[in-house]
Design a protein around this ligand. Structure first.
Ligand code: UN1
Length: 509
């Protein structure tokens, strides 16, 4: 990535990491962002101090008073402009995502496309923030419910989708009349600065209060400030289950609202009638795409014993084709892990698999030599395991795919699929109607996402995104996920000269 390309995104070598709109200020420690692709420094971002943070929140509070009085379709117009700007910057922002995070350029561009799609969705939504009308039990009375803006939305995001997850939250929150304060992962701070510059320019050009969109930079301490802050009615957090439990309990202490999108342990059930070609593409993309660092990455394949050996062989053949290297080079399928700590986690997971009795079907190692100088590249691994292994029960954010055999009926596979603490994404490969319907029924998958003849990753923005159990229960993005960003009010209006009480209660004075 050239310095000209970084400049096109408004990035300097040294960037303050606290802003309200286009006003930038920071006094905290510097964070260096190194690319996992080659280990080189991309730039520095300065963390927010508590004082910087408070300034951001004060500006956000002021801005919200103005923003909530702008009609929702006019707020939608601002989000439309954001989508347009993202269309223009898609190649260069996609490249930054790829360079700072390490996913392939195709996937980096795909991530920016998700931002554009959610902006389009939010623009339409800005005219559809509907409540219900309700028939009152009392004569001459009318009832309805309506949705009002909530206030400040705190957004905490992870490194793996360094721009899209912000936009899912921000585009909806903004049309809902909220203002947003974003704390991005300290592993991908430049992506956050770039997005903030884009939206700040739009707010400025439209002469809007700039505190409508802000960022604060730093580690988990900044996340704690957000979680404990009673000025922030909603905290939307994406990341590990460990982080989510902390956020959830802290926000619950003050009876705030949290929207959690946490870890997954996603499985594809491969039934005897599965189309094997589709299965292999879906499974391999799901397991090695983004180097296994999507929360929807395929972690487990639950394969019927009658086709187990065949699937295993086809997968091993496919894995031999995978090219690992610079994600900006389009001939490579898989880039690096985010940092060398992630490589250590991957290596420890491999040791644990073996210690628990699992079998690695190909070599799992950290790659060395030319092109791999950053130390972040590893080989994707396939392992034969049993579902109850401790390591299998946990999400390892790396390209490790577990093969698990099932026998007998689909119910047995579903029990294995559901037999983990996480509940984000799931899939079945089948051409049997009975099996697909059972999988989607109340007796089927217990996940927030359940797909038929598609892998576990790559969800479209139009559906609500999130999952159950330790995935946190929140829903972001499409469908009616917007409702969490608003406060609901029930209104009852009496247009008579009498005051009849509900439930027929008599109270005469
Ligand atoms: C995430 O990994 O946090 O479904 C989000 C997908 C993407 C989003 C993943 N649309 O894979």
């Amino acid at each position: 990535m050239t310095s000209k390309e970084l400049k096109a995104l408004g990035l300097e070598n040294e960037n303050p990491g606290s802003s309200t709109g286009s006003k930038w200020f920071s006094k905290g420690a510097w964070i260096t962002s190194n690319s996992p692709t080659n280990g080189k420094e991309i730039g520095k971002v300065q963390s927010s101090t508590r004082k910087d943070y408070d300034k951001v929140i004060q500006e956000a509070e002021k801005a919200q008073l103005a923003w909530r009085n702008i009609p929702a379709p006019k707020r939608g117009e601002i989000v439309r402009q954001l989508g347009d700007k993202l269309r223009e910057l898609k190649p260069v922002l996609g490249k930054l995502v790829s360079y700072e995070m390490g996913k392939s350029y195709q996937e980096g561009m795909g991530e920016v496309q998700e931002m554009i799609d959610i902006c389009d969705f939010a623009v339409g939504l800005s005219r559809q923030l509907y409540g219900n009308t309700i028939h009152s039990e009392r004569p001459g009375h009318r009832m309805y419910d309506q949705y009002h803006p909530l206030g400040i939305v705190g957004i905490i995001t992870a490194f793996n989708f360094p721009v899209a997850v912000w936009s899912w939250n921000a585009a909806l929150a903004l049309v809902c009349g909220d203002v947003v304060v974003w704390k991005a992962s300290e592993k991908t701070p430049l992506c956050a600065v770039a997005c903030q510059k884009i939206i700040a320019d739009i707010l400025k050009a439209n002469k809007l209060p700039e505190g409508i969109s802000s960022i604060v930079t730093g580690d988990k301490e900044v996340g704690e400030w957000i979680s404990t802050d009673t000025r922030i009615p909603l905290v939307s957090a994406t990341g590990s289950t460990r982080m989510g439990k902390l956020v959830a309990s802290t926000v619950a202490q003050r009876l705030g609202r949290s929207l959690l999108e946490l870890g997954g342990n996603n499985a594809i059930i491969v039934t005897p009638s599965a189309d094997l070609k589709m299965t292999i593409i879906g499974a391999v993309f799901g397991a090695v795409g983004t180097a296994g660092q999507r929360c929807t990455s395929t972690r487990r394949l639950i394969i019927h014993e009658s086709i187990y050996e065949q699937v295993k062989k086809a997968l091993l053949d496919a894995y031999k084709q995978i090219k690992i290297g610079d994600p900006l080079d389009s001939k490579n399928h898989m880039g690096p892990l985010i940092d060398t700590d992630a490589v250590q986690n991957y290596l420890q997971a491999l040791d644990k698999i073996k210690a628990e009795g699992g079998k690695l079907l190909n070599k799992g190692e950290q790659l060395k030599g030319k092109g791999y100088e950053s130390g972040c590249y590893v080989t994707p691994v396939i392992a034969e395991v049993e579902n109850h292994y401790e390591i299998v029960q946990h999400e390892t954010f790396a390209p490790i795919l577990y093969l698990i055999k099932y026998s007998g009926d689909l119910e047995n596979a579903i029990a294995l699929q559901n037999g983990v603490r996480q509940g984000l994404s799931s899939a079945i490969m089948t051409n049997n109607l009975r099996e697909s319907e059972l999988f989607l029924s109340q007796n089927g998958s217990d996940c927030g996402i359940a797909n038929v003849n598609i892998g576990t990753s790559g969800a479209e923005i139009g559906g609500a995104f999130g999952g159950e159990k330790e995935t946190g229960g929140g829903r972001e993005s499409g469908s009616d996920a917007w409702k969490v960003y608003m406060r609901r009010q029930t209104n009852t209006i009496n247009y008579t000269a009498n005051l009849p009480l509900a439930q027929g209660i008599k109270f005469d004075l």
